[in-house]
Design a protein around this ligand. Sequence first.
Ligand SMILES: Nc1ncnc2c1ncn2[C@@H]1O[C@H](COP(=O)(O)OP(=O)(O)O)[C@@H](O)[C@H]1O
Ligand SMILES: [Mg+2]
Length: 222
Amino acid sequence: MDTILELRDVQKHFRRPDGVVQAMDGVSLRIGAGEFVAVQGPSGSGKTTLLMAAGVLMQPDSGVVVIAGEEPYKLSAEQRAGFRAAHIGFVFQQFHLVHYLNVLDNVLTAALALPADDAEERARGLIERFGLASRAGHVPSELSIGERQRAALARALLNRPKLLLADEPTGNLDEENGRLVLDCLAGFAKDGGAVLLVTHDPKAAGFSHRALRMENGKLAAG
Ligand SMILES: Nc1ncnc2c1ncn2[C@@H]1O[C@H](COP(=O)(O)OP(=O)(O)O)[C@@H](O)[C@H]1O
Ligand SMILES: [Mg+2]
């Protein structure tokens, strides 16, 4: 199985008025193509920090991050942004849709960083696949919460990433919409992508191939 994401002994600390927090304390992790890994852990255990390190959004203090055979933190800031756009999709608890853009245009924002002639065709295909065809012209406030997260998923997948990173994507959803989103993540892995989901939702682990646990910045078997 091709390795898509590898972290080796990654450390990240934050300095705060009340002391130093070791948010990642020697984290090693490998996720292959077609694999769905869920990381559970309490609030403050370092899950979001792990996703930011894996998402090339935050340079670790030490350790190695390899994505699709490259070490993105060795790239320039500009190359890093291009690398992120080409290889990584993100989904968040709060959706982070642009409130004045309709669904189609929100999905197409992913193409701003990686323009392609067929971007709109792919966007429409994803919108259809996620059951949003009749909502393509709606702005987020005109969508249900579940529809908003599916629009965010379509945006995350527009550039055909190899790696999908999801931070509490079911945190704002009811059970049925949560299941739909987790099914989408599982489907992405089934199609050969790699998924790293961090959550404190115990049900989410049931959709993954491998469940791990984060505690005090350390990753262990679930
Ligand atoms: N930018 C930051 N500055 C200071 N402390 C931070 C920062 N980001 C995270 N932390 C701290 O690092 C720890 C891990 O945070 P986080 O990764 O957000 O945990 P989780 O996502 O599991 O709730 C927490 O103690 C948090 O307060
Ligand atoms: Mg978090």
